[in-house]
Design a protein around this ligand. Structure first.
Ligand SMILES: [Zn+2]
Length: 315
């Protein structure tokens, strides 16, 4: 089998597809391609401890790239921004059937943003072609809620990943109002936080940051303890979703959440029947359960500087 190491910050899913393309694996479904990869590389595993099965493709690629599986996950996946962030540095083998190693991180799977998930930066692409003779998908261009390149601050473009390497991709620029939204102070702070979280995933302590968030929300009058109806215990009431809806640019919310955020702006408690962004924000009262991207966004909204947040976000 011909092997190619991942490029810097290359998305794991793109790396995997590149390996398949180089070796001309037949397109007959992910399972059988993964099976072929595991079989074709079995004699190259040396002293590697990970199981050589189709459920461990990324671990196989890590080993062949001379990296630990944890390093590979930390440098090439977006897991640190997902509910599975604690598996990034796991020393146990991580099965792709249980942990979405190749998933992209969107705030809401039914959002407009999630409908065209692959993006690239034209300036980064020029540099890629100069250095590596080809364009590839970067992790930094796939941060949830971020519509500009964090390095060049230019609008990202939607891409069709199949034609990326031929440089004939159909290009569609991200909407001008979304680019404008990226200059909003909350979005700027959030972008800083999300980049730092990805860079320093080994030091993250989201649980602690969640507690600090609730403390801050309490001081701002956005969170209080209420005696339960039974009168026997207290529960936490908060208006963090409403705070987010009221303070973030509408164009950004419409694109990355959904235009229906308006119906949740009143402090009445709607109970939507599907798990979506509103429930994720409502979950912030249980820091240990909440999805990191929502936590980072709300920290950016409640604190005035990203450095203040980083002081307790990292160990
Ligand atoms: Zn760029």
């Amino acid at each position: 089998m011909i092997f190619a190491k991942p490029f810097p910050d290359e998305l794991a899913s793109y790396h995997l597809k590149r390996i398949w393309a180089i070796n001309d694996y037949k397109k007959n479904g992910l399972h059988s391609q993964a099976e072929t990869l595991a079989r074709a590389t079995r004699n190259q595993h040396g002293a590697a401890e990970q199981p050589w099965t189709r459920a461990h493709s990324h671990e196989i690629l890590a080993h062949l790239s001379a990296m630990t599986a944890a390093d590979y996950r930390a440098r090439h996946t977006l897991l640190a921004l997902s509910g599975h962030w604690d598996t990034v540095h796991s020393l146990m083998p991580v099965k792709e059937t249980k942990v979405p190693v190749y998933s992209l991180a969107a705030f809401y799977s039914n959002s407009e943003a999630a409908s065209s998930p692959y993006r690239f930066c034209q300036q980064c692409s020029h540099e890629d072609v100069r250095r590596y003779d080809m364009v590839y998908l970067h992790r930094l261009h796939h941060l949830p809620g971020v519509d500009i390149c964090p390095l060049h601050h230019t609008a990202l473009q939607y891409a069709c990943p199949k034609s990326l390497s031929t440089a004939t991709h159909k290009v569609e620029y991200v909407h001008a109002r979304l680019i404008e939204a990226q200059q909003h102070p909350i979005i700027e702070r959030y972008r800083t936080l999300v980049c730092r979280a990805l860079e320093n995933s080994h030091q993250l302590q989201y649980d602690h940051a969640g507690e600090k968030l609730l403390e801050r929300a309490h001081n701002m009058g956005l969170c209080r303890r209420q005696l339960a109806h039974s009168g026997t215990y207290y529960h936490l009431e908060h208006e963090l979703p409403q705070f987010i809806y009221a303070n973030l640019p509408k164009a950004w919310l419409n694109h990355h959440f959904a235009p229906d955020h308006i119906q949740y702006s009143a402090p009445i408690r709607p109970i939507p029947d599907q798990w979506h962004y509103h429930q994720h924000l409502a979950q912030l009262k249980f820091p240990e359960n909440c999805a990191p991207a929502y936590l980072l966004l709300t920290l950016a909204a409640l604190f005035e500087s990203a450095d203040d947040v980083c002081a307790f976000l990292f160990k």
